[in-house]
Design a protein around this ligand. Structure first.
Ligand code: FAD
Length: 321
């Protein structure tokens, strides 16, 4: 028996959400005495980086070192993971809830005849059956899903797991797989980075601005703070609608949903549609000159003040750390 964990990576690094999935896999295996935790990584990646997955709890890493898989074609990834899963004799596949994770998991559920539970926030309760707690309604409530299939796929919500990097380097085993050419239906010929250094959906810290920033000419204040914090930048919907910022920075119900460790909202009122995209953040800091702004109710920390005075001081204070 074993637990298989699907690893995502970008720009030469394993994603933090995948390390969280490995930590979850380790805790699951310990709870259910489910044997080894095997991570599977697809595409070209440095072996040293992969060995680090052991620190998050993997006993070994299976590396399908085929450069074609770096393009992230979903069908090819689903076929590769299904093959490794069948060879590993696992009965549970764990992965991170993400756009790629969702797409791969759905195909794997069909291929493997497995039950898929997404947005998982806790280890299963096996005292009476196999019940999995998951987050619903954009983090506002929890549901318990009973699973009665032998094969299970659990997609773990970002930040739901305490990432423990206290294991040791894992052995990396390279494996060749024969993936049907028809599964490489998409060929990526070039990629352009949309903006900034940190991609918004992956960002561990996000600094977001709203209409309170008054105009695009003031966004250097948001960007300066983001740079000091190593953060991605986001905005409210009207800000991208007016064209102050690009649409892919729009956070909320109809935009990107983020779950960073820290979300800093500047000059954003905190409408329910904006909160729907940020309420899985671990810590929310709100800067608004109106003490009655609804965002303060969702905030862990709040600064009532003018963004044009507060932001430069905050940036200087972070710089001085
Ligand atoms: P405002 O509501 O105008 O708020 C500006 C805030 O800035 C105020 O709180 C004000 O006190 C503060 N402020 C002003 N000056 C300063 C200053 N100098 N210093 C500090 N604070 C200052 N919105 C989203 O963001 N994301 C979505 O996905 C989204 N989806 C929607 C879907 C639907 C179907 C609908 C109907 C709406 C949606 N909206 C969405 C819009 C949402 O309802 C709000 O209108 C929007 O979030 C408000 O944006 P804002 O907070 O930037 O602007």
């Amino acid at each position: 028996m074993s637990v298989l964990v699907y690893i995502e990576h970008a720009e030469g690094s394993v994603k933090k959400t995948s390390l969280e999935a490995v930590s979850y896999g380790k805790a699951l295996s310990e709870k259910l005495s489910a044997g080894e935790v095997i991570a599977v990584a697809l595409g070209r990646l440095d072996s040293g980086e992969l060995a680090n997955v052991g620190q998050a709890g993997a006993d070994k890493v299976i590396h399908v070192d085929d450069e074609k898989l770096n393009a992230g074609v979903i069908q090819a990834h689903a076929e590769a993971v299904a093959k490794v899963y069948q060879q590993s004799g696992s009965s549970t596949l764990v992965l991170a809830k993400s756009s790629m994770g969702d797409a791969v998991a759905a195909r794997l559920a069909v291929k493997l005849g497995a039950a898929l539970v997404s947005n998982v926030v806790d280890l299963p309760d096996t005292s009476n059956g196999y019940k999995v707690k998951r987050s619903i309604y954009t983090g506002k409530a929890f549901a318990e899903t009973s699973v009665n299939k032998e094969h299970k796929i659990l997609a773990v919500k970002k930040n739901a797991v305490d990432l423990k990097m206290n294991g040791s380097a894992a052995p990396v085993e390279k494996v060749d797989l024969d993936i049907a050419p028809a599964n490489f239906v998409t060929e990526i010929t070039s990629t352009d980075k949309a903006t900034g250094e940190v991609l918004l959906p992956e960002a561990d810290i996000v600094v977001s601005g709203g209409r309170g920033m008054k105009g695009p000419e003031n966004w250097n204040l948001i960007e300066d703070l983001a740079k000091e914090l190593g953060a991605g930048t986001g905005c409210s919907k009207p800000v991208s609608d007016i064209g102050w910022r690009p649409h892919h920075e729009h956070v909320g119900q109809t935009g990107v949903k983020v779950a960073p460790s820290l979300y800093v909202a500047v000059g954003i009122s905190g409408a329910i549609q904006h909160l729907a995209g940020v309420n899985s953040s671990k810590c929310i800091v709100v800067i608004n000159k109106d003490a009655e702004a609804p965002f303060f109710k969702a905030a862990d920390y709040g600064i009532v003040g003018d963004a044009f005075e507060v932001l430069p001081k905050l940036t200087e204070a972070v710089k001085a750390l």
